[in-house]
Ligand binder design. Sequence first.
Ligand code: ZN
Ligand code: FE
Ligand code: FE
Ligand code: ZN
Length: 263
Amino acid sequence: MIDYHVHTARCGHADGEMLDYVAQAHKIGLLELGFADHLPLLTQEDPTLTMTLGELSGYVQEVNSLAEDADGIIVKLGIEADYLPGLEGETAALLASCDFDYVIGSIHFIDGWGFDDSRYLEGYAQKDIHTIYEDYFRLVAQAAGSGMFDIIGHLDLVKKYGFRPETDITGLLEDTVAALKEAGVCVEINTAGLRKPVGEVYPSETILALCARAGVPITLGSDAHRPDQVGMDFDHALRLAVVAGYRRLAVFNKRERDYIDIP
Ligand code: ZN
Ligand code: FE
Ligand code: FE
Ligand code: ZN
């Protein structure tokens, strides 16, 4: 199995040595471990959110040296980059400065509001939930269409704290999946949602079924912020993938996509 979404202490809100993440991957018998720490934000410097620009080369070097030494396991160099509308050029330039195996594109901000950050939950009371969902998924479609990302991270992160619109969002989800398909990006099944108030994986079974029907490929990630979270709840995630109709997972090498079968 593969885990394509694990963080490192550099982001300021994850714990453990990178070697311990690799050790855990070994222990549970992973085939591939992909580090995907947060790319420095171009809009703000917050040591509790991402590494600094100055730390990026050290991150790349440490992943690469772990990759050389890790016997029996393939260590990949990924990154989780925020999609920041208006800063596509700067983001693309920063991404091009490193030889990543893959780039996960994530939305953590709606018009500067960190909606997935527990410090800013009051934002959910200040705006209509349906509008928040529309704004969020519009950004997802834009991120996919930007062509900068191989994988869209935690596709329905907007549900993290359990706020759900009472309106029917089927059309919104269908349009989003159509945009993913047209852009040719993958989505990840991200098990971190199981550890959050919403208590389910990203994306939902409904969205996963839409993705499968459209032929949008998937990868798998724990979004581990601690070594013991590597590969967490993957049996559950893989069951959902198979139920949705998936038979294989996408893997990446220097931003080239390939596939492995789901066992
Ligand atoms: Zn994080
Ligand atoms: Fe994220
Ligand atoms: Fe993450
Ligand atoms: Zn993430």
